[in-house]
Design a protein around this ligand. Structure first.
Ligand code: GLP
Length: 245
């Protein structure tokens, strides 16, 4: 595992570089994408690179980590909308190969299976990850099995509270979501996680220095064969000195 501690903008650029390298080396790369404020800078760097260097995404396939239940893709709070707004809209990707666990189908539990079956036909060359304040990855809340595949999940009160900032009120935050499972994430050949800000410091410490336990879903990442953690000083502030060097 690699841990990079740097300023936010540098982190976004470095994470974007990992993706650009994969897309340049393998034009048919399969990317696991994420949403959340930690990802905006990465997509900005990718769009900048697309415009400056003409990196092409024409044969790339993408799978997003998660999506809220019960809000349509044209809702401004949906992750589908986020992806278009920050990334897909600006690059030459074929939208038909950008998959999100969206809620177009009524029976959400079945939709998780459909998404999972599709996902398992591919191998993710890289998975981008943010980190929840409670240690979640995707929407895999504490207590989720490390062997989980794509599934429907009830969101933690903490998660709904954290994500309420994007909605008019906490009552508008969906109670459920569909997320790739932890096993799906761990199957990715490479993982890049970005965590910034003091409010992530505890989760970062538990993830990197705590026991590998379902109480902190991200702790399983300690066992991934090719993972880089991109942290700013604040997010890394509770790590022991040994890890910081
Ligand atoms: C949401 C997403 C996660 C993301 C997390 C952190 O809960 N489901 O995938 O990692 O937010 O988001 P942010 O980067 O905005 O702190």
């Amino acid at each position: 595992m690699k841990i990079i501690i740097d300023q936010k903008d540098r982190l976004y650029d470095l994470a974007a570089k990992e993706i650009i390298k994969i897309v340049n080396d393998q034009p048919k790369a399969v990317l696991g994408l994420a949403t959340g404020s930690s990802m905006i800078g990465v997509y900005k760097a990718l769009v900048h690179d697309f415009k400056s260097n003409q990196t092409t995404y024409k044969d790339v396939t993408t799978f997003n980590l998660d999506e809220y239940e019960g809000i349509s893709s044209d809702n401004h709070q949906s992750y589908a909308y986020f992806m278009n707004k920050h990334f897909f809209h600006y690059i030459d990707i074929n939208k038909e190969r950008t998959y999100l666990p969206s809620m177009k189908i009524d029976c959400t539990a079945d939709y998780a299976k459909i998404y999972n079956d599709l996902l398992n036909q591919y191998e993710l060359d890289i998975q981008l990850l943010g980190l929840g304040r409670n240690g979640h990855i995707g929407f895999n809340e504490p207590g989720t099995s490390f062997l989980s595949q794509t599934h429907r999940i009830q969101l933690d009160a903490k998660t709904r509270h954290d994500n309420a900032r994007f909605f008019d009120s906490i009552d508008d935050v969906p109670t459920h979501a569909i997320t790739m499972g932890i096993q799906n994430i761990m199957n990715a050949k490479k993982i890049v996680l970005i965590a910034t800000g003091l409010n992530k410091a505890l989760a970062v410490r538990d993830m990197l220095e705590g026991a590998v336990h379902i109480d902190c879903p991200a702790s399983i990442l300690q066992e991934h064969r090719d993972i880089t953690f991109f942290l700013d000083q604040e997010a890394a502030s509770m790590l022991s000195l040994q890890k910081k060097i």
